[in-house]
Design a protein around this ligand. Structure first.
Ligand SMILES: Nc1nc2c(ncn2[C@@H]2O[C@H](COP(=O)(O)OP(=O)(O)OP(=O)(O)O)[C@@H](O)[C@H]2O)c(=O)[nH]1
Ligand SMILES: [Mg+2]
Length: 302
């Protein structure tokens, strides 16, 4: 992750968090009051109530054992606790981009969160890492969705299985898995229509797509990646929770971090769902994607 670029992209979240925390210190309050105010700042920056409390309880404990109670020392402890929260779910040995295993990624999430755009970016990222990518345009529901993915396919010059409008998504997935097995592809990335967790028929449809992938591509690693729009803050976290109750998700792509002050939501997502954030979206262009790294993320916002 290019650190300076990430810092620039997370500027709004940094303003919501770091600058307010600095103000807390400037207020000359006693140490207990300072920690209480930091806790409130975290909650207000979408870190979430439970997660903010957890971080600050640990911070209070840490401070009992430490003589140095300067602003810098407290900030370092705070960063350490924030990083710990992220690492509980984000330490993963598996590196999707370097693995030699074949992979099938099913990209899911609610409407407009950035699924198709993220696929466009991921395609290029995998390609840069020497992988041959095949795309499946299984969002046959929204007019224009197929063309939108096709444009991304052309940008990276990769093959794509185009569904027809209103064709059953599962049958597009079926065709794509066949093509994947016949060609010498490394990664199949499947776009799906936006859906809400409470639309039973649409959630059943996802399960059907998963079954076809399991059956037709048993020789690959399968991942369901949920795309979440960070600008929705705590609402997005609640949305993710409901989604997870309905289907298995292996990881999250958190988008639009460039345009929100609510990046703190990362902490409650990881803490409450124990699901790793795999990538973050930081803009609308093809290279605006980063592999998520807990340490760099915390350094960029506090
Ligand atoms: N600023 C910013 N905009 C983004 C990012 N990712 C996606 N977008 C924008 O968000 C809008 C929706 O993106 P799509 O990729 O079409 O979202 P989707 O989830 O595929 O939408 P549906 O297929 O309609 O459910 C587009 O205008 C994208 O350019 C990001 O990381 N940052
Ligand atoms: Mg889409």
């Amino acid at each position: 992750m290019i650190f300076s670029k990430l810092k620039e992209n997370l500027k709004k979240t940094k303003e919501a968090l770091d600058i307010k925390i600095s103000n807390v210190f400037a207020s000359n309050k006693d140490i207990n009051q300072i920690i209480d105010d930091i806790e409130e700042t975290l909650i207000l920056s979408d870190v979430g109530f439970n997660t903010s409390t957890k971080i600050c309880d640990k911070l209070r404990e840490d401070l009992k054992k430490q003589v140095d109670k300067s602003e810098n020392a407290i900030k370092e402890l705070l960063k350490k606790e924030m990083e710990n929260i992220l690492n509980t779910a984000n330490i993963e040995e598996y590196n999707s981009l370097n693995s030699n295993e074949k992979q099938v990624l099913l990209i899911v999430g609610v409407n407009g969160v950035g699924k198709t755009t993220s696929i466009g970016k991921l395609t290029k990222l995998y390609q840069k890492n020497g992988k041959k990518v095949l795309l499946a345009a299984a969002d046959t529901f929204r007019a224009g969705a197929i063309d939108q993915l096709d444009i991304w396919a052309k940008r990276s010059n990769v093959d794509i299985c185009l569904g027809k409008e209103m064709q059953e998504p599962a049958s597009v997935i079926y065709d794509a898995t066949k093509k994947f097995q016949e060609g010498d592809y490394d990664v199949l990335i499947c776009d799906t229509a936006g859906r809400l967790h409470n639309k039973k028929n649409l959630m059943d449809e996802l399960e059907k797509m998963k079954r076809i992938i399991d059956k037709n591509v048993p020789n690959a690693r399968h991942e369901v990646l949920m795309v979440l729009d960070s600008t929705t803050g705590q609402n997005g976290a609640i949305q993710a929770k409901s989604f997870f109750e309905r289907t298995n998700v292996n990881g999250i792509i958190l988008t639009k971090l460039d345009s929100t002050s609510k990046g703190g939501v990362v902490f409650s997502i990881v803490d409450e769902l124990k699901i790793p954030i795999k990538y973050v979206g930081v803009g609308e262009q093809i290279d605006d994607i980063e592999i998520f790294d807990a340490k760099s993320f915390v350094e960029a916002i506090v």
